[in-house]
Unconditional design. Structure first.
Length: 312
């Protein structure tokens, strides 16, 4: 596998960043985020994992030594319970808003920057094939405008054996690719049917960020270590481009809400920040109201109603 092309954060400029994304579909930026900002989140996440019994006793939680007997992942109920505690952390939501990261993203999308409010934590047990994230494009799950970008942030140094992300160079130029859904919890692209160049990868360290286009095919390498791999996915776009409102709300039946997420936060600064922006939603609120009234099944109507309630 080819090694990532990379750029030091000190050498970053709009021309370099846009050229890399346009040509290759990704860029690895070394040491963009201060290590202490990443370490703060790592400490809070691993404390939750330790309390949940995911880590072996006798080790510092930040070492992430896995209790394999506790191995779980989405959609396991035990995983969801622990994940929600991680998702509710104020620091989990603050990291995508770090000034250095927003500065880099504005080089790519311009000053009309929207930080998507639902970052995704990846809490990956080692040596569990069923938990490995296979090839896919983020656009399959986001909708809206394809000119949207994901930033993958490891919360610790991530050598190859711990399972960092890898990307298929140039795959974004082939548009949306077919994902297989049947009998899969998470849709994926069959590797032998993927259009693009070579797979590229390598070690990614705390403070580094891997940035890529929503149509770039990517996957996790298998975690072959004895440690959990902990990382954060966050997404960005120009807020005048089309945005699917599901990226702002919780449409499922889990009972999640922004009120519950925000309940323990020490500051209001990042609460509902997107409501102050002139977003271009599709479907719009009026479209959602029509769908809530006309959708075929009660479950679909309830889903639209939940989304509407969280947009108001």
């Amino acid at each position: 596998m080819k090694h990532f092309d990379e750029v030091e954060s000190s050498d970053l400029n709009p021309r370099t960043l846009r050229s890399s994304i346009r040509q290759k579909g990704y860029v690895l930026i070394r040491q963009l985020l201060p290590r202490d900002a990443v370490d703060t989140l790592l400490a809070e996440v691993t404390q939750i994992l330790s309390t949940s019994g995911w880590l072996l006793p006798g080790h510092d939680p930040v070492e992430r030594v896995a209790n394999i007997a506790a191995a779980c992942g989405d959609p396991d109920p035990g995983f969801k319970q622990t994940y929600q505690k991680v998702f509710n952390l104020a620091t989990f939501h603050a990291l995508p808003h770090h000034p250095q990261l927003k500065r880099a993203m504005k080089m790519l999308v311009g000053d009309r920057l929207l930080v998507h409010p639902k970052p995704i934590g990846r809490l990956i047990f080692p040596n569990c094939e069923r938990l490995t994230v296979h090839a896919h494009q983020d656009y399959r799950f986001m909708g809206g405008d394809p000119e949207c970008f994901t930033v993958w942030i490891p919360l610790h140094d991530c050598p190859i054996e711990v399972g960092p992300l890898r990307v298929m160079e140039g795959s974004h130029r082939f548009g949306f690719q077919k994902h297989e859904d049947e009998n899969l919890h998470v849709p994926e692209i069959q590797v032998d049917g993927t259009d693009g160049g070579a797979w590229v990868g390598g070690q990614i360290n705390a403070g580094d960020v891997l940035m890529f286009h929503s149509l770039t095919v990517h996957a996790a390498s298998p975690n072959l270590s004895k440690q959990l791999r902990l990382s954060l996915d966050c997404r960005f776009q120009d807020y005048q481009r089309v945005l699917n409102p599901s990226n702002l709300a919780f449409g499922g039946e889990s009972g999640k809400s922004w009120e519950k997420t925000y309940s323990g936060w020490p500051s209001d600064a990042l609460k509902y920040y997107w409501k102050q922006l002139p977003l271009n939603l599709s479907p719009s609120k009026s479209d959602l109201e029509a769908l809530a009234a006309s959708a075929e099944s009660p479950a679909q109507r309830a889903r639209y109603e939940r989304i509407i309630s969280q947009l108001n």
